[in-house]
Structure formats: structure tokens, C-alpha cells
Write a protein that binds this ligand. Structure first.
Ligand SMILES: *Cc1c(COP(=O)(O)O)cnc(C)c1O
Length: 409
């Protein structure tokens, strides 16, 4: 089995430019002072990722599967492993190959309800994947026939993904996948016949600020399990665990875990395991992006990264991120006002309204550190309009963005 983590691979949009291992510096300020970068710089904080993962793994009352799509950077995956993550939620063959290449002993779970036939086959036959999610009888038939065709035997795990009613999350994920009540009941019964491990999963939606969303989802899960009358081995409460942004202060993670633990116990499934698939909550604080101001027009700052780069969610979804001015040579004004950002492409939709609170004397040439961009940041970059150049630096501090967040509040 070869390591597939090559810089040119499409799972690392940012690493197209890289052939060597990234630079490492103690702090973001030192990165700016040393390099005076004119391209966006992604500052990865592996220590922050490892420490966040360690906290999550130690306090979640079950197994933690990292959702790889959120940030597939090898430095981040390695930091998660260092923090105790041993299971990975993959959604594509490229993600499966990547994780297997890096961690021969990792548990890999193929959690996309609609899979390419070849992806099922290679995952099962060559990459040691045994667990697959599904939300339809068609997918069940597909999984069975592809696995049978390999001639390789193993303990098949089948996880039935439920559809949830639209809830409290910032990003609803139920419109596209998930079996409704009756379909889930039928599917659980059908899957029980061929699965060594049978589970139920759901996703409350990303950046879900309400712990009660998990309680309702677990109640629905209980009703479906009861109607199906099938023995259940795994309850997978999905991702969606929130992080703090300037206008969003989630309850402590313990409140979510308490709700989940309680809801799981209410199901009364002796011997069943509990899983979660966090993405954002593990990696958001692990990356800042440093952008440079190329022009200022009133309250608008023209910067060198935008919605076609790592700030996609600041555009369409209007996410606000913590920001901090970096100006190595002279002091900034103590008076702070609200700005919006324009990205570098010629598309007028390349705008991030924020608001982003910064000193009122921001000027061309200044740098801005934008925090909490470890989740759904770099992985969404495109090469549109030629703005595909960015660099990666590792920084060794672990501020976990608390300072940035406090400044932005
Ligand atoms: C995206 C996704 C996740 C991770 O979601 P977060 O909101 O980042 O925690 C987990 N599971 C599935 C099935 C997903 O699609």
C-alpha cells in the first residue's frame, strides 16, 4: 500500500505549489515580519489541533471519527492522530487512500451515502474499509454486489443514515441525504441480514449551536429502531459540533456531550457503541490565514484572499471570523471600526461583508490575521482568476485563537 499524500493531489488544493515541507515559525507575527508576504499565508497550528482533539476524544462518551473533508491537510491529520483520533470519516476514495497511506492502523469509515462502485470495491478489497453508510435499498444492493465481486470476506458494517427535519444548525445537511422514517425502518431490517455491525447515523447540520438538536435526533432514532425491531450495534450522532465565531458563542462542549450521553442511554441498547463525526470542532482553531490589504476605499478593504479562496463561508454564508491587524513597523490606531472585505477576483460576488472590526487607520500594505479558518477554509480554494497562489507555514504556538476571538468580540 503506497502513501498517496502527494502535493499534486486534488485533496490538497493548497499544496499544488509545494514540493518541500512547509516552513515552521514560532508565531504568526514572526511569519509576517520575516516574509512580508504578498500572497495569502495559511498558518497551521498543529499543537492547537492536537490539544483540541485530545480534549474531544477524552470527554466524548464514545468513538471519535474525524470528518476528513473539513480539512484533509496531512499536517492536520497527523496532529489529530497525535491528539488521539484513531477513526476517520471519509467520503471519497481519495480521502480513504490518503488516510490509509498515512495511518495503516486507522479505522476508516466510508460515510457517504452515495458511493461510486469502484470506490466501494477498492476500499473493501485493498484499503481495509469495513463500514459503509447508506440511505437507500439501491445503495445496499450496490455495496453487497461490489463486495461480493471482490471475493474478500470481512465483517461488514452498515450504517443507515436518517433524514432529519430542518433544525437549528447554520448549515442544513438533511436536504440531500437520509432515509425518512419508513425507508429507514425497511432498510434497517434488510441490512440486518447481511451486516455484522448495524448502525444508525444522522447529521444535525454544521455549526449547530443547540445541544437539544441531538436530543430530538436521538428520540427519532429510538422510534425508528423500535419500529424496525432490529438489533443495533452503533449509534452515530454525526458532526455539527460548533466553534466560536465573533457573533456566535456556543454552549460548552460538555453540554452537547451530556445531551448525547443521556439520549443514547435512553435508547437502552446494551452493548451498542456510540460514535461522533466531528469536523469543524476539531480543526477550526488550527489555522489562521494572513491576508494583505491591497487597497482601501472607505470601509472596504481589498485583500488578497476571498470567496474563491479560503473565505468561501465568509461570502455566501456570511460567516464572521475573528481578525487582528498585523503591522510590524508602527503602531495601529486604538480606535476600532467595522470593515468589509473584497476578495481579489474580478467577480463582484467576491465580497465578505463581515463586519470585521479593525483599527480605523488600516491602510494598503497592512496584514490581517483571520482566525478560525482551519475548518472549510483551504479545502475550498479554487484557481479562479489565477489567484491560486498561497503558502503554508506551521506556527508552533497554541493560542487556540482565544486572543483573536476576544479582540473580535
Ligand atoms: C461534513 C460532515 C461531517 C462533519 O461536519 P462538521 O459540521 O464539520 O462537524 C460529519 N459527517 C458527515 C456525514 C458530514 O457530511
Amino acid at each position: 500500500m503506497s502513501v498517496v499524500a502527494r502535493p499534486g493531489s486534488p485533496v490538497f488544493p493548497l499544496r499544488r505549489q509545494f514540493v518541500t515541507y512547509p516552513v515552521r515559525r514560532p508565531t504568526v507575527d514572526e511569519v509576517v515580519a520575516a516574509d512580508r508576504p504578498q500572497e495569502p499565508i495559511h498558518c497551521l497550528r498543529p499543537a492547537a489541533v492536537a490539544n483540541t482533539a485530545r480534549d474531544f476524544v477524552q470527554s466524548f462518551p464514545g468513538d471519535v471519527l474525524y470528518a476528513v473533508k473539513c480539512n484533509p491537510d496531512p499536517v492536520v491529520l497527523r496532529a489529530l492522530w497525535d491528539g488521539g483520533v484513531r477513526h476517520f470519516d471519509c467520503a471519497s476514495l481519495s480521502e480513504v487512500r490518503l488516510v490509509r497511506g498515512m495511518f495503516p492502523n486507522a479505522g476508516i469509515h466510508f460515510m457517504h451515502p452515495i458511493k461510486a462502485r469502484g470506490a466501494i470495491r477498492e476500499s473493501w478489497e485493498l484499503l481495509g474499509v469495513r463500514d459503509f453508510v447508506l440511505d437507500s435499498a439501491d445503495e445496499l444492493a450496490k455495496i453487497r454486489s461490489e463486495i461480493d465481486a471482490t471475493g474478500v470476506s470481512g465483517a461488514l458494517g452498515l450504517i443507515v443514515r436518517l433524514a432529519l427535519p430542518k433544525g437549528a444548525a447554520k448549515l442544513d445537511l438533511s436536504g440531500k441525504f437520509g432515509a425518512d422514517f419508513d425507508a429507514a425502518v425497511a432498510l434497517l431490517r434488510a441490512a440486518r441480514d447481511c451486516a455484522e455491525t448495524l448502525g444508525v447515523s444522522f447529521h444535525v447540520g454544521s455549526q449547530c449551536l443547540d445541544p437539544l438538536a441531538w436530543r430530538s435526533a436521538l428520540e427519532l432514532t429510538g422510534q425508528i429502531i423500535q419500529a424496525a425491531g432490529a438489533k443495533i450495534d452503533v449509534i452515530d450522532v454525526g458532526g455539527g459540533f460548533p466553534v466560536a465565531y465573533p457573533d456566535q458563542e456556543p454552549p460548552p462542549m460538555a453540554a452537547f456531550f451530556a445531551e448525547i450521553k443521556n439520549g443514547f442511554e435512553q435508547l437502552g441498547l446494551p452493548g451498542a457503541r456510540l460514535w461522533a463525526e466531528p469536523g469543524r470542532a476539531l480543526v477550526a482553531a488550527g489555522t489562521s490565514v494572513v491576508v494583505q490589504v491591497q487597497a482601501r476605499r472607505g470601509g472596504m478593504l481589498y485583500v488578497n484572499d476571498g470567496v474563491y479562496g479560503s473565505l468561501a463561508d465568509a461570502g455566501t454564508l456570511a460567516f464572521r471570523y475573528p481578525v487582528r491587524l498585523i503591522r510590524p513597523d508602527r503602531d495601529a490606531s486604538a480606535n476600532r471600526i467595522e470593515f468589509s472585505l473584497f476578495g481579489p477576483t474580478c467577480d463582484s460576488a467576491d465580497v465578505m461583508h463581515g463586519p470585521f472590526v479593525l483599527p480605523d487607520d488600516v491602510a494598503e500594505g497592512d496584514w490581517i490575521e483571520i482566525g478560525q479558518l482551519g475548518a472549510y477554509g483551504a479545502c475550498l480554494r479554487t484557481a479562479f482568476n489565477g489567484f491560486d497562489h498561497a503558502r503554508i507555514v506551521e506556527v508552533t504556538d497554541d493560542v487556540r485563537q482565544t486572543e483573536l476571538l476576544r479582540l473580535a468580540a
